[in-house]
Design a protein around this ligand. Sequence first.
Ligand code: URC
Length: 385
Amino acid sequence: MKAIVIGGGIGGICAALALKRFGIETAVYEAVKQIKPVGAAISIWPNGVKCLNYLGMKEPLRALGGPMHYMAYNEYQQGQTLTRFSMDPLIESVGERPYPVARAELQAMLLDNYGRDAVQFGKRVTAVEQSASGVTAFFDDGSEAHGDLLIAADGTHSVVRQHVLGYPTERRYAGYVNWNGLVEIDESIAPANQWTTFVGEGKRVSLMPVSGNRFYFFFDVPLPPGLAEDRSTLRADLQRYFRGWAPQVQQLIASINPETTNRIEIHDIEPFMPLVKGRVALLGDAAHSTTPDIGQGGCAAMEDAVVLATVLQTHSLGIEDALLRYQDKRAVRVKDLVLKARKRCDVTHGKEMAVTEQWYKELEQETGERILAGMCETILGGPLQ
Ligand code: URC
């Protein structure tokens, strides 16, 4: 059996690794010459970590992960702690810890484990055709690839999605802009072993430790889409949006590198069906695009990969049957994740300011129990328990 994998990002490489593990021949085709993720880092929650462990990357992942032992929310003006608690109860309950990692390093780890030489870069898919005997992908350089099945892990702007759905999808603007990047850890901004988030005015400033003594930072500001902002004004823009915020926040803005800071208008896609058609399966952002608000976009792609490989390995009624089983196992899960993230997004970013103010009040009473219970529920919905 041969699988064509479209997309060499997190979902594509995890899928290729998972299939390879079961002896299925794979070839990965990536549109760009060099992958440049729009996010500087990503929090891999235990459901995602378990998938990477399962795919044989337990040790290299640990080396990339930052020490996120505590979690805290601070109020925005003085930077005082609203709540702070240990992640240990979560880790004990689900059996694995979360690892925030730099995206470039995660990508390198995935490629090293799969084999860089097995990925063909600069292959942008333009069309997909399938018959009773196989599937063909056509690329913009005039070349083609043939296989028994095709896994479309071609991201939120997926070209293959329309082949599966039969109609084009539109992304939905989530209402906020996210600036993110990496910065050297400075403990006068936040503790090195903690995920720290400053909240107020429907905005947030967040810091997560990754390896190499660095913080992943992100700033979220509710804004209309399409604003013209560029690197040359990036620091001044953030200073303006966060005027009156705590000294730690001002210090962070002063210390970031505008040249390597990403600015993204956050979108998601209304959950849709089907996720498969015949011999073609959507996977990762191509199948479900979420806001980053519960940190589950990458994790969901890892889960998809494990489930897809498992159904192909464990069933014998053919590829089309196995892909339908993949869809059955994933559809509710990924819809729940997208909608849960959207709900958190709206509360965090002041969609209804009274609701957001109520959340700030609740954070003062929070012992960690409620927040960790919500995370546990999300994590335990994954395929590897
Ligand atoms: N939660 C996460 C978030 N990760 O676990 C993450 C968030 N990355 O709310 N936001 C973001 O950009």
